[in-house]
Design a protein around this ligand. Structure first.
Ligand code: SAM
Length: 318
């Protein structure tokens, strides 16, 4: 099967796991392995460059291999597409001993380890995963990445009671639920037990996924202490993206808890591609959400939205 031409437009992204390594140490290591700092326009051969949206993320030529490198095997490097780093950045979890965060759909754990790194291993990160096999992968990945503030829980997020005292301190939720995977053109990052086969996306399947995704957002909105929820998919379909977000905003749960879309200013304002206005209830909502177009944006296809409690809009939401 010939390779999708969009794959060649996507660099090999490597996130330095700041729990175990620094960007400076990584840079020195890359150079000692024969790589050369270059410019974003010219990443070929042995060139590499630091990303300008995601801290600690580096770009290499698309075919560069890291699976066999000692740093990857030691958990110091995480192979993660740029777009899939956006949710944790937008969530901007608290860095505090009292901080509490939920990753509702965690395996294989790239976003969980990213959150843990942003939290600098402080506070508490509850990571839920309902699939047993994927849960084992999650545990392995988090151990390898040196994440010590994570409690992994093998359960269905929809069965977790928002009233449970255990989660009373939770203020931030990351929600990256199962989706059609229709944005994935470069499977390099998804070799690890890909969840979906994006070759067969029909309307019935999309509708089922959308209703599941909506139920997950509504459930997240019921946690009383939560002020910020980031929803993401690796789908290009508005049915799983803008339309789910608009339905969530109109839900009883959103009304009861006063959720609204976060303003563009706190949702990666420098990223140029935003939501599709025609797919939202109100054209003005489109800049609040992020889209990535597979290949064209040098990433896989991706979508990110951020809900915040209205009362939080006046204060700096971090
Ligand atoms: N965030 C992950 C990462 O970056 O590595 C990828 C998450 S993947 C898109 C979605 C995951 O959610 C799958 O592992 C799936 O088994 C899990 N999942 C789906 N529904 C769930 C539910 N109701 N509760 C908990 N986990 C769920």
């Amino acid at each position: 099967q010939p390779e999708d031409p969009r794959v060649a437009k996507i660099p090999r992204y490597v996130r330095v796991n700041s729990l175990l390594w620094t960007a400076e140490e990584a840079t020195q290591s890359f150079i000692s392995r024969g790589f050369t700092p270059t410019s974003p326009e010219a990443i070929t051969g042995q060139g590499f460059v630091k990303d300008h949206h995601v801290p600690d993320l580096f770009l290499f030529a698309p075919q560069t291999q890291f699976h066999e490198s000692a740093a990857y095997k030691a958990g110091k490097l995480i192979l993660q597409d740029k777009a899939s780093c956006f949710p944790a950045i937008v969530l901007s979890p608290p860095v505090s001993e009292n901080g509490a965060v939920i990753d509702a759909t965690a395996a294989p754990g790239n976003k969980t380890s990213h959150l843990s790194a942003l939290m600098r291993n402080t506070g508490k990160l509850f990571a839920f995963e309902r699939d047993q096999k994927r849960f084992s992968t999650l545990q392995y990945m988090l151990k390898k990445a040196g994440c010590r503030n994570v409690e992994t829980i093998n359960t269905d997020f929809l069965n977790v009671s928002p009233e449970d005292e255990k989660y009373a301190a939770v203020t931030h939720i990351l929600l990256d639920p199962s989706c059609s995977g229709s944005g994935i053109v470069n499977r390099l990052d998804y070799l690890l037990e890909p969840e979906n086969d994006n070759d067969s996306v029909d309307t019935e399947r999309l509708n089922k996924l959308a209703s599941f995704q909506l139920s997950m957002i509504k459930h997240a909105m019921k946690f009383p202490g939560v002020v910020k929820i980031v929803y993401s998919t690796c789908s290009i379909h508005a049915a799983e993206n803008e339309r789910v977000v608009c339905q969530a905003l109109k839900s009883e749960e959103a009304q009861a808890a006063h959720y609204t879309l976060a303003p563009k200013e706190i949702v990666l304002p420098d990223w140029p591609r935003r939501g599709i206005p025609e797919e939202m209830d109100n054209f003005e909502q489109a800049p609040s959400v992020i889209r990535c177009r597979p290949g064209d944006d040098a990433t896989n296809g991706f979508f990110v939205a951020c809900f915040i409690k209205t009362s939080q809009q006046d204060v700096q939401v971090t």
